[in-house]
Design a protein around this ligand. Structure first.
Ligand code: DAT
Ligand code: MG
Length: 135
């Protein structure tokens, strides 16, 4: 039995606004991963800046911060074997135009600027992001 890992995921404001949160949560559950914590909340500018600090020099950075703080999100701690990798696989590629059909981004988005869902990219970043959004 593989060790249990945790990841941080977030249903972004576009998907909440468009009433896709139920279906996205269903997909996470159906995969076998376990939802350990979940909360509808507004991302603060401080949390947004910390979460996207690796992109601070990109031309799209300000749009990204404005978007993620533009409305409520669903903050989720997801647990299971290789949870980080499994969530990334359920999510699909960053650019929805590249994301395969059947993935969350592939099925619910067309634009990289509003790509429906966030998922941590490593177990270390997952721990950091869980603290950032739940402490
Ligand atoms: P991911 O969200 O797949 O981990 P990332 O961490 O590289 O991807 O980027 C974070 C978010 O920034 C991404 O979900 C959407 C936005 N983004 C990334 N690349 C972009 C680009 N080329 N143009 C516009 N937004 C972009
Ligand atoms: Mg990322």
């Amino acid at each position: 039995m593989a060790a249990i890992e945790r990841t941080y995921s977030m249903i972004k404001p576009d998907a909440v606004r468009d009433r896709h949160m139920g279906e996205i949560i269903t997909r996470i559950e159906r995969s076998g991963l376990v939802i350990e914590r979940m909360e509808l909340a507004q991302v603060t500018p401080e949390q947004a800046a910390e979460n996207y600090r690796h992109l601070a020099d990109k031309p799209f950075y300000q749009d990204l911060i404005d978007f993620i703080t533009s409305g409520p999100v669903v903050k989720i701690v997801v647990a299971g074997p290789a949870a980080v990798r499994k969530m990334r696989s359920l999510m699909g590629a960053t650019d929805p135009l590249e994301a395969a059909p059947g993935t969350i981004r592939g099925d619910f988005a067309l634009d990289v600027n509003s790509n429906v869902i966030h998922g941590s990219d490593s177990p270390e970043n997952a721990e950091r992001e869980i603290k950032l959004f739940f402490d």
